[in-house]
Ligand binder design. Structure first.
Ligand SMILES: [Fe+2]
Length: 307
């Protein structure tokens, strides 16, 4: 019951055609649908092994950044339960019938989290399948191009008061904290939260409210990170960091930027987290190893924020 996992993110891009070409031909997502409305064009994309209509939405806007982050809930009744808890916590919500906020969308409860981010809880997004049969399927569809991640993995956001947001996600939304980074004075600098038993479905880093650090897509192993880095180099895409290892989560990743300036990550690894596991804590003097385990320090661009 409750939230299952990250469903999708909506990001802003000024040049919708350039961004769509990047996400389809280099990242290797699949364009499912596009719509034009009074605000501009919206493009709906998904990883090849995702069954639902979209996991990434590109919104044509004047700048870059994050418009919304959405989580998938298991049952329709979870929307009622979570909406009541969010309202009881003093946060106002709105309810949207299936198909009204976006083509293919399920029923959605929308609110603004204490971090300043628009958050959607969604049930029943339209299913389009993964282009493979349910009877004796092959291991993947033909014709994949680019990095071709099978699915979205997590999102990494920024806000001023990590502890307030972490408490809200734990107490109201039912997330479990897997790891945190604490300053010397005890102030929470980062927290990693999950509902899917992975190391994180969402994480927060200290910064301005509403800040967007990156959206990550899953790849199956380290070799896929190498292939992704090769593709970045070949196509002249700016690599921010990696392929490297994170100390926090023990995952491996490659950071790079889309043409608008939104940071992407290809991510793999990490560990299983049980609900009765205790969180891991990193201290401020080890924040470099927590983020970039091999380098042991943050690079210049890491704290760059898109809000
Ligand atoms: Fe990440």
């Amino acid at each position: 019951m409750g939230i299952l996992r990250l469903s999708h993110v909506e990001v802003r891009v000024p040049d919708i055609e350039l961004a769509t070409a990047y996400y389809v031909e280099l990242v290797g997502l699949i364009e499912v649908e596009r719509v034009d409305d009074e605000q501009g064009t919206r493009v709906f994309l998904k990883g090849w092994d995702e069954h639902q209509h979209h996991s990434l939405v590109l919104n044509q806007r004047a700048t870059y950044g994050l418009d919304a982050v959405a989580f998938k809930v298991e049952h329709a009744a979870d929307l009622d339960d979570l909406q009541a808890k969010i309202e009881a916590a003093g946060v106002s919500t709105s309810r949207h019938a299936a198909g009204t906020l976006a083509p293919g969308s399920g029923e959605i409860v929308r609110f603004t989290a204490p971090s300043g981010h628009v958050v959607d809880l969604e049930h029943g997004q339209f299913q389009v399948g993964n282009r493979m049969p349910k009877l004796n399927p092959p291991i993947g569809p033909e014709g994949l191009i680019g990095m071709a991640p099978p699915r979205i993995d997590h999102v990494f956001l920024m806000c001023e008061h990590i502890n307030v947001t972490t408490d809200f996600f734990r107490d109201v939304l039912g997330f479990r904290m897997t790891e945190q980074i604490l300053a010397d004075d005890g102030y929470q600098l980062a927290s990693f939260l999950e509902r899917s038993h992975s190391t994180h479905d969402i994480a927060f880093l200290t910064g301005p409210d509403g800040g967007f650090h990156h959206v990550a897509f899953w790849v199956d192993d380290w070799n896929e990170l190498r292939k992704s880095a090769d593709l970045c180099a070949y196509h002249g895409v700016t690599v921010d960091a990696g392929p490297t290892r994170h100390g926090a989560t023990r995952g491996c990743g490659l950071y790079f930027f889309d043409p608008a300036g939104n940071r992407n990550e290809m991510y793999t690894g990490g560990y299983w987290f049980d609900p009765d596991d205790e969180p891991t804590t990193w201290t401020e003097n080890e924040i470099g190893r927590a983020i970039f385990y091999y380098q042991g320090k943050l690079n210049q661009a890491f704290m760059t924020v898109h809000s």
